[in-house]
Design a binder for this molecule. Sequence first.
Ligand code: AMP
Length: 222
Amino acid sequence: MNAIILLGAPGSGKGTTAERIRDEAKLIHVSTGDMLRQAVKKGTEIGREAESYMKQGALVPDGVIIKLVEARLDAGRPDDVYLFDGFPRTVPQAELLKTTLARRGGGISRVVFLDAPRHVLVERLTGRRTCRKCGTNYHVVNIPPKKEGVCDACGGDLYQRADDREETIIKRLEVYNRETEELISWYEKQGLLVRVDSSQEAGRLASEILKLIRGSDRGTAR
Ligand code: AMP
């Protein structure tokens, strides 16, 4: 059981890239943000615990996230390769992932850091629209759907996530700088990190990352 991690600030293109490459690269896409939004929608215990943090743009406590990811990996098969988007976001989460993969005889093959300047992140987040049904991401200018307000993939309604409003975006970027950015050097020290310019157009970014991932198929770092 191995994993590839997409690391980057909110708006850096992790979700959009994952949606574009997962089928071709045969990766199991795990977005903790999507899992939490589903849990909130269903009103599960985890959803009730997470909701207030998500509304404020704060991180959900590590204990909750770890429970969620462990349950997901427990349901997987030994030869699965995961593509994590939005996880890990803290060093304790990264440590847990390392141990839990090692316990299952696997490891992290690559950490791709999606690097973009702040003005690009803000412009992407304020213009993002998400499908209520399948979670596919669009952008009002950069990645418009064929028909306004309707998902190309499943016909679901597109909406603006409550945490994609300007006040919450500023908070989420602060939280990223304070709690997640340190993972860049954490993974760099382990020789796993590769940096890409994620301000480029979504299709080009996805192709670049696909190539990088294919190049790391051999030699999984443990
Ligand atoms: P995302 O869709 O990745 O932007 O996540 C949306 C929100 O879910 C975040 O602002 C956090 O409140 C919460 N969240 C998602 N993933 C994590 C994580 N790995 N650790 C803590 N909170 C998370």
